[in-house]
Design a protein around this ligand. Sequence first.
Ligand code: NAD
Length: 806
Amino acid sequence: MSRFQVKKVAVLGAGVMGAQIAAHLVNVKVPVMLFDLPAKEGPKNGIVTKAVEGLKKLKPSPLGVAEDAVLIEQANYEEHLEQLRDCDLIIEAIAERMDWKLDLYKKIAPFIGKHTIVASNTSGLSITTLSQALPEEIKPRFCGIHFFNPPRYMYLVELIATPTTQPIILDQLEAFVTSALGKGVVRAKDTPNFIANRVGIAGMLMTMKEVENFGLGYDVVDDLTGKKLGRASSGTFRTADVVGLDTMAHVIKTLQDNLSEKTDPFYPSFGTPAVLKTLLEMGHLGQKAKAGFYKKVGRDIQRFDLSTRSYVPAGEKADAVYERMLKKPAGERLKLLRDSEGAQGRFLWAILRNSFHYAAVHLAEIADTARDVDQALRWGFGMKQGPFELWQEAGWLDVARMVQEDIDAGRALSKAPLPRWVFEGPVAKAGGVHTPQGSWNPTAAQFEPARQLPIYAVQYFREGMLGDGAPNPKTAGVTLHEDRDIRLWTLDESRHSATGSVLIASIKTKMHAISPGVAEGLIRAVNLAERDYQGLVIWSGDEPFSAGADLQAMLPGFMMGGVAVIDMAEKELQNAMLKLRYANVPVVAAVRGLALGGGCEMAVYSARRVAHVESYMGLVEVGVGLVPGAGGLTYIARRAAENAASSTGKDIVPFLTEGFTAAAMAKVGTSAMESRKLGYLLDSDIIVPNKDELLYVALNEARAMYQSGWRPPHQRQFAVAGRSGKATIQGQLINMRDGGFISQHDFDIASRIANVVTGGDVEAGTLVNEAYLMTLERQAFCALLESPKTQARIMGMLSTGKPLRN
Ligand code: NAD
């Protein structure tokens, strides 16, 4: 396959989606031009300028670093069409109107480069019909590219070919979207609303229909259809409120307009629910209007009551018996729900049955394989499992019979029978649609393996499907040591393979917290790597990288042995960090998600970091009334000294401010790029867009470092800011305390941080070593642990999960 190079992308349409897609391109370092109509008044780029300004305020932020909004090149169709020629990919994301889109395609056609791929982000229009407005030579390079809102955070992108799209174009685009944008690609057929929205929105409407049938309250339904069911925690109605009921109505209308009783046997259930109509009439559009299915009144949450058109107290939970049923193994779970006496259980069975029924009836029409449906629902609707996966897990034929029985008895929402492939032939024989040979393609009547493109070869643990036999990162490779807290293993079969082998340390504790066992395991890992391997990668599979030291595990020791025990435990943690830093082989931290407190320290003491773009790093100990105690403050002091040493001025304080503030205010980067601004990632570190490429890149990095003659840094002394530096910082702290910005306890903690990072009571410029600063760190940590206010913060965090400010 020839290499498709994307030097620049044009996004047409600076609305909700276009502007955010442009922002994401900036996040992953792809140059982008954002186009919109010329403004009627003022500067011609007015519409785009306003959209770019809007990006800086949007929450959750579409930009990794808000200031990077300037990197979006602003353009309009009157002045800048010529520049389209420089773009290798054009993503059209203008308003959802066929005539407007066709007009625009005609307008841009003369300016499209010879190799440029053109793709529409439409969510409801036919890609094939859209392609017909394009000149013949562009048609082979045109397809659909359906992002989900918000595009930075939603993993799913659906790619849709037309009959004239060249297959290689789709492969090239899939490679770019996967590797450069970090997304999960599903190929969809060109049918109304493609896969995720078709099945997902139909599912939502069918759920609302069953809510009416069973007469349940929204709060109970949300409790039942959220996390407990393996779906997004906001359940059904709160999700609608968050999305916005007007948007919801729009999506529903698209479904209604695009389908009919002829094209979809479930169509009669797709009417707009009466309650939604009423809420829209009343202007209660959900969260943004501060009222929708729910309304916050003071500290209470109320729910809408259709019969009185008013709000009544909410917060009713599902019956505990169903919560217990939902925890049972899949097969037993479905049977219990179906046979349950109460409405809540039968409602749950009904919505699951509808999802199986709908997915099976539509599979051949909307997707190539069952894998595409399951992945689309997982990645586009935040479900833990797609419908086919759950069905298969629960026992394929048993569930199929239960569904068909309901259809025959008139209990299902459509009379359409399950397709024959459900009961006969390879699927029935294999006990499901996902097998080690691949996933079921009903059109080809065979199991089809996942697409093999070169980009997937570097996803060592590509997201698989239940039943597909994909390797499990928890057991894959050769295990060299495993205990409760850590697994040390390697993917390289031969220790002396030509490419060299690297040891992997995977933390196994909850939230990958750093327990004493983890610290011990890391030391063991370095010893093993130094003896037999070219490097060590710390990679723990799923998120987070590590939520920090295990406070809960520390408490019993403190209760029994007091601070002396904690001092020892901290010393061991510090030793583990130093062991990482001075290892004779390179240690690479593969960071993804949260890297907090001790997790952040583990990353900064590694020789290099390979971070997923969604990495959130910070020293957050202040939140529990403590200071970073496993080398975090020593790191801040050392970095400041190093930065000062490489500048012309030799004053350390200005180089200290950023790190000090980050620790004193427990700042956490909201992206890898922001974590770098806080000093927890360096310019030499690598940021990776796709989560599933992280391990590959980290292993390569470790190998390359070793092969380039890696030596650990010198254990050198460095200068500290001393007591005058501390006084400068303290002056600012006094102002903050006296101005009421921070509490007395915050002041005490921040003063202790200042004391450590400036080296304590010494002259400015005094040379110190890490061991000296680490002792100061431990002293501050232990002193605070004895303070009642800190103890209250710790207990608060352990009981509520939220920081207590006192
Ligand atoms: P939007 O209304 O926020 O933005 C549309 C943009 O199109 C505006 O900036 C507007 O100036 C521009 N525009 C309007 N008329 C135009 C014309 N005649 N010629 C050129 N530009 C014109 O819309 P959006 O929500 O960003 O949706 C854009 C596309 O993305 C649509 O096709 C939509 O179906 C699709 N989509 C939307 C979402 C979503 O959640 N909003 C999700 C996936 C896909």
